[in-house]
Design a protein around this ligand. Sequence first.
Ligand SMILES: [Fe+2]
Ligand SMILES: [Fe+2]
Length: 135
Amino acid sequence: MSLFVWDAKYSVNISETDRQHQTLFALFSELYEAMQQGHGNEVVGRVLTSVLDYTTYHFEYEENLLRQYGYADAAAHRAEHAKLAQQARTLERRFQDGQNHVTIATLKFLNDWLNDHILSSDRKLAVFLVAKGVR
Ligand SMILES: [Fe+2]
Ligand SMILES: [Fe+2]
């Protein structure tokens, strides 16, 4: 099963957003590999931290755009981000508790979430932003 593979279908026609989504996919993929290969806590923990940090960075980037351009669905979009951030923290906690079988399942859940969010919510947001002149 291939998780976290970026593909042209995820493009939202805004170069910085696409670049950040590609980075997110790459980091999640690295985390998945590290967990699958049974790497030690130190390696997985380090990758997990970069995933969480980058996710926070990316959400802040999008949420600034929401605010800046007065996006009507801003609250719903932010709520989706908050839900993922919460799941990601759950993943971190379970990992710290040594529940690796749970973390792989959670990672798959996050993969589905990321795909759905980009293909629906981020795409809708991007159509709005492109109409406002964002590239
Ligand atoms: Fe996004
Ligand atoms: Fe988003």
